[in-house]
Write a protein that binds this ligand. Structure first.
Ligand SMILES: [Fe+2]
Length: 276
């Protein structure tokens, strides 16, 4: 009898267990438990107006957050570091540089410039806003400098996508004006919440890292649901906070460059270097 059971277990294809573990019900339970724990607690925010807008639209801009002196100081440091990276002289932290993407990203860590590190990791005001948004005291899990320099280059983030079904809040510190030609992000307002049209996308992304929402399908959804697309042009010194569960995409760099700090918040993620 034991032998029979042994043989039976041996010959059950691995796929069977694999597929069982991917059942939709498991995802639903996971999602339910996640959202019991993490959900906005708006009154804890140091600024009610900002958090309400973030909760409603999935994105909010805070104008003039950085002073001109700060911007000038940060750009001086960054321009030097970017030059060092291109000349292979930069040793302080991890770097991702792709000529094909026309994009350079480098990590801001303890070895980096102290003022930049502090601004990105220990900005009390921003940390408190995001903490109230996810109902957990959080700091960024990733802090980087990002430079988009390749004109007319496509990278994987150009087309419309959602980063995750779980919270991933990105804070962009704009260091130079972003005009239409400087590859502004496009964000689809109010797509960060749960909708019927997102259900299969969320489930399939979780289970198989797949999505039924191709850019073509997404265009149809935008039209049908009357979703508003916001092109995120911004002035230097602005801060953009985006809940990237919502759909967003890039655009092609037509002239100049785009340079910004990015702090990424994810209540369950350990500190790591993220290039997107
Ligand atoms: Fe994204």
């Amino acid at each position: 009898m034991l032998r029979l059971i042994q043989n039976f277990l041996l010959y059950i294809p691995k796929d069977f267990f694999y597929l069982i573990s991917k059942l939709r019900i498991f995802f639903k339970i996971k999602q339910k438990l996640y959202y019991l724990k993490f959900k906005p607690n708006l009154i804890k925010s140091p600024n009610l107006e900002i958090i309400k807008k973030l909760d409603k639209d999935g994105i909010v801009e805070i104008k003039n957050y950085l002073s001109n002196e700060e911007i000038k100081y940060f750009l001086k440091i960054i321009n030097k570091e970017v030059k060092d990276i291109f000349e292979n002289k930069y040793k302080k932290s991890e770097v991702y540089n792709s000529e094909d993407d026309g994009k350079l990203v480098y990590n801001v860590n303890y070895n980096s410039n102290n003022k930049i590190y502090e601004k990105l990791n220990n900005d009390k005001y921003i940390n408190e806003i995001i903490s109230s948004y996810v109902r957990k005291k959080v700091k960024p899990s990733s802090t980087v400098v990002e430079l988009k320099y390749g004109k007319n280059k496509l990278d994987e983030l150009i087309s419309e996508h959602s980063d995750d079904w779980k919270y991933r809040v990105k804070v962009f510190f704009i260091l130079e004006d972003i005009k239409k030609n400087n590859t502004p992000m496009r964000y689809f307002l109010n797509t960060h919440k749960e909708y019927n049209w997102k259900k299969n996308h969320n489930y399939l992304s979780w289970a198989f890292e797949a999505t039924p929402i191709t850019p073509y399908v997404f265009r149809k959804i935008v039209k049908k649901e009357k979703i508003v697309e916001k092109v995120c042009t911004a002035k230097a010194g602005s801060l953009i906070i985006a809940d990237t569960r919502g759909f967003h995409g890039g655009s092609v760099l037509k002239s100049g460059r785009r340079i910004q700090f990015i702090a990424i918040y994810n209540p369950l993620e350990k500190k790591r270097f993220r290039t997107a």
